[in-house]
Structure formats: C-alpha cells, structure tokens
Design a protein around this ligand. Structure first.
Ligand code: FE2
Length: 431
C-alpha cells in the first residue's frame, strides 16, 4: 500500500542517521533505514535533522504582539511590566486579542512550534482574554495544541474578585490552574494561595502551573510549599513551578534540601531564560545576578526542566520571535550549559521535556505517534542550538503546513567559505 508521505535520509535528535519516516493516515507507520515503500509525497532530508515539533510550555498569548500599547516598559522590571499590562487591559477588545494571537500562531507554525501552554489573565472581570483565547484555541486546533492556564496576574487574594474569576475561567473551559504567590500581599497570603490553588486543581482533576518565586528575593520559598502540596495531593507530573528565579539567590545549603524535595515530589519546573535574564537582577548594582533558576542542578536531580519563551513583543519583553531555539540558546549561555550533553538537554527542554511537562500524547518520532515533525537546516541538536536554523519543512498530522527555503550562507563548521565568487567579485570604485 502506498504511503502518504515519506521523509528519506533524516538524522534524528538521538543521533540516528540515514532514517526514513513513513506516514499514513496522519500517523507515523515506519521509522527505519531503507524503507521499502512509495508515497505520494517524498521529502529528501539530505541527512539533516528531523525533530519532533518545538514545544513552548510557558507563554502569555493574551499579551503577545502588544508592544508599545499604550507605552514601552522603561525600567524593564517585572513590576513595571505588570503595571503596564494593567494600563493595557481596559483597552483590550475580544477581536484585538484574537487577531494578535492568531498572528502569533502563524509565526509559531513557521518556526515549527506546534504546542503552546499559555497563561491567560483572569483578573479582568470581563474575562475578555479568557473568551478570546478559548476561541483561538479552537481555531488553531488543527495545527497547534494550545493549553490555557487560568492565571490571576494581579494576585489570587490580592486582586478583588480573582478567586471567583479564576473559577469562572475554569468553568468556561480553561484547563489548568495558575497562580502567582510571590505577588500576593504577604508571604503568608502567598502560601495560602498555593494551598488553595492546589485544592482547586485536585478537586477538579486539573493540572496546576504556578508562576512561583519570580523574584530575586532568596527568602521567597513558595516552591517549597508547591513541592509539599504536589506530594500531598499526588499531583506528581501534573504540577509545575514556573520561573522559580529566587532559587538562583538562595543559600546553597537550603537549595540542596529544596532540590531533593522537588525531585521527590515529581513536580516539573519551567525556566524562562530570555525573560529572566532581562527582568531579574534589576535591583542589583554590580555584580548583577543572572536570575535564572538552577537548571543543571535540577536536571541532575532528575527533575523534568523545560524551557519557555514567556513573552514576545509585550509589556515585559520587547523582543522574541516564536523561536524556541533562541530560548535554548539563551539557556545554554545563562545556565552555562556548554558541554555537548548539556546543550542536547537544552534542545530536549524545548522539545521532548516540554511535551512531557505539557502532558502531550502521541508526541515524538516513533511508530504509532502523530506525524508531527520539523525538518531543520542543521545536522544535529547541538548545531540546531548554535545556528537557530531555517525550518525547511513543518509537518502536522502528515501534512506539510509550512516551508521555508534553505539559507545559503556558509554557517556549517566544515562548509567552505564560498560567500563571494572571486571570479565575479569587483571592488566598488572609491571615487
Ligand atoms: Fe510568565
């Protein structure tokens, strides 16, 4: 029986080379060298890297592409970003949020980013962002798996009405419980918010993903409470602490105890290197802290650590391009993960580990999984992190949904420098 699609001569992220991938009915039916079959569409990978799609497990799609509305974040701090988002919220319309989110999703697809977990602010009584992103989730479902987190940006207890609004958002179909304990009025209120939010998650059978300790304050220890609640409610694998930048500044003795507690609880961690290298350390003179959580140490303890983009062109971040390799590249630098295996771990953090944290099923280039993958103009995962290369072809459920021409400049280590043809090169006259 002819197949729908065959990708020939691919390299996989686990370094297998010369692999053919057969696709039928939107599913992967063969992953082997020298596949003896024919297909309506055949893609020659020419030995380049075929990866499962990129995954962004931490994003804010309700704010994306809003840069400059109504103004720019001058101080670059988290707190000015929150204040600026507060100025923008009354100006939001359902249509504008949907339009910006859909534009972002187009960008994401072109970058091979096909699964996104977005926090959605539930602090506005109109719940405009909730309804808008529920619509977006439905509209992009054929090509992006979009998960939504009910996120009380202005504080679960601190913001009037947020406790009811969070429940209302979940009732409307938002599927993950969020929180922001370090933004509550007191440390005690932060602890109480974590306990309340885990109770909601457990009662409703939902995952929980909390913005936790996104501060340089080493005494912000809500992650400790999160680990304990994860254990208490048996939410291992379904509970995620996002950011946890305070861990960067914690005393090493306490951090060692804490990392063991996180590991034993089964909780996931998401670091957001692009954002935290710019937001954290803003109260420091010199030396300035990096502010990223302890990624290598958490990984060494067996904690699933994924990397998120967090923001693109919004009140918190004036850059971003939906490129998860840009996120991995920044993690390599900020966390000093430069050994080859550490760089591969950063690649996994924006692919397989992100998928695990999001609880995706049918993900990965294996027989029986969905035929979702991206062909990169790179030969292995480390080269992909280095080059942030062109996404040559993006495939969703066996269908090519995006393609970009190969870059022609000589970026590979063994490429001969042929940028200029000496025979045709003529210097511009100086006069
Ligand atoms: Fe965030």
């Amino acid at each position: 029986m002819p197949l729908d699609l065959i990708v020939r001569n691919a390299t996989l992220p686990d370094a297998r080379t010369g692999i053919d991938i057969g696709v039928a009915g939107g599913m992967i039916v063969a992953v082997e060298p020298g596949l003896d079959a024919e297909a309506a569409t055949v893609i020659d990978a020419e030995g380049q890297l075929l990866s499962p799609p990129f995954v962004d497990p931490h994003f804010h799609m309700d704010a994306t592409l809003s840069l400059g509305i109504p103004r720019i974040n001058r101080s670059g701090t988290l707190l000015e970003g929150i204040a600026l988002w507060g100025e923008l919220k009354p100006l939001l319309t359902h249509e504008a949020v949907v339009e910006r989110a859909l534009r972002y999703c187009d960008l994401a697809v072109a970058q091979g980013l096909l699964a996104i977990r977005s926090h959605v602010d539930v602090s506005d009584p109109r719940l405009i962002t909730v309804d808008a992103l529920l619509e977006v989730r439905a509209r992009v479902a054929p090509y992006i798996e979009l998960q939504l987190v009910a996120f009380p940006q202005d504080g679960y207890f601190r913001s009037p009405g947020a406790t009811d609004l969070l429940r209302a958002a979940l009732d409307r179909g938002v599927e993950i419980v969020g929180g922001i304990p370090h933004f509550e009025r007191t440390m005690g209120a932060g602890t109480a918010s974590v306990e309340a939010l885990f109770r909601i998650a457990a009662d409703r059978g939902l995952p929980v993903d909390i913005h936790c300790d996104e501060t340089d304050d080493p005494l912000s220890r809500h992650v400790e409470t999160m680990a304990a609640e994860t254990q208490r409610f048996g939410l291992g694998g379904r509970a995620t602490a996002s950011h946890v930048t305070s861990m960067h500044s914690m005393d090493n003795a306490y951090a060692a105890k804490l990392i063991a507690l996180i590991a034993s609880s089964g909780m996931n961690v998401i670091a957001n290197p692009l954002i935290n290298i710019t937001l954290q350390g803003r109260h420091d003179t010199y030396p300035k802290r990096r502010g990223l959580t302890r990624v290598p140490e958490l990984l060494a303890a067996g904690v699933p650590v994924a990397l998120g983009q967090d923001c693109t062109l919004d009140p918190w971040y004036s850059l971003g391009s939906a490129d998860m390799l840009e996120v991995a590249h920044m993690a390599v630098h900020v966390a000093q993960m430069t050994a080859p295996e550490a760089m591969r771990a950063c690649f996994e953090a924006v692919t397989t580990t992100g998928a695990r944290v999001m609880g995706l099923t049918g993900y990965g280039i294996e027989v029986g999984n969905r035929a979702d993958f991206v062909l990169l103009q790179a030969r292995n995962a480390v080269e992909a992190v280095r080059l942030k290369p062109t996404r040559l072809v993006v495939v969703k459920a066996g269908r090519v949904i995006a393609a970009t021409p190969a870059r022609r400049t000589a970026l590979f280590l063994d490429a001969r420098p042929a940028l200029v043809d000496p025979a045709s090169y003529a210097p511009v006259p100086s006069s």
